[in-house]
Design a protein around this ligand. Structure first.
Ligand code: THU
Length: 131
């Protein structure tokens, strides 16, 4: 499966949408793109707010597009900063990726490609809610 992932396409999509980030407060644009198990590519950028705490991370936009365009599972994700360099998703967003990708979803990190189970060990997930 790893060999089938077009990582260049994901990086390019993340860099492209990063340019649409709405970041008047932090001036820190972020873009992210994810490959879905049916071959779709979904993407998002961060969208901030004058009420600072309401800012949306790029990953929020990406998972919103994922749901809005038919759902499915994320199999590979690449997040970039304003320079287009690989960015490690924040803790909250790792939880978002866990929900929609699970332990095997691959993530580009500054230390190379890692599965979600390595970047969010002992993750809380849907199975914990089961009686
Ligand atoms: N940000 C993201 O969009 N995703 C991350 O994983 C890390 C942080 C955004 C939030 C805020 O708009 C800006 O980066 C600076 O924290």
């Amino acid at each position: 499966m790893n060999a089938a992932i077009d990582w260049d396409r994901l990086r390019d999509a993340a860099r492209e949408i990063m340019r649409r980030a709405y970041v008047p407060y932090s001036r820190y644009p972020v873009g992210v793109a994810g490959l879905v198990d049916d071959g779709r590519v979904v993407a998002g950028c961060n969208v901030e707010n004058a009420s600072y705490g309401l800012g949306l991370c790029a990953e929020c936009g990406m998972v919103s597009e994922l749901a809005a365009t038919g759902g499915g599972r994320l199999v590979a994700v690449w997040c970039v900063d304003g320079k287009g360099a690989t960015l490690m998703p924040c803790g909250r967003c790792r939880q978002l990726l866990w929900e929609h990708g699970g332990p095997g979803c691959l993530l580009q990190t500054p230390e190379g490609i890692l599965p979600m189970e390595q970047v969010l060990p002992q993750a809380f997930g849907a199975e914990h809610l089961e009686p």
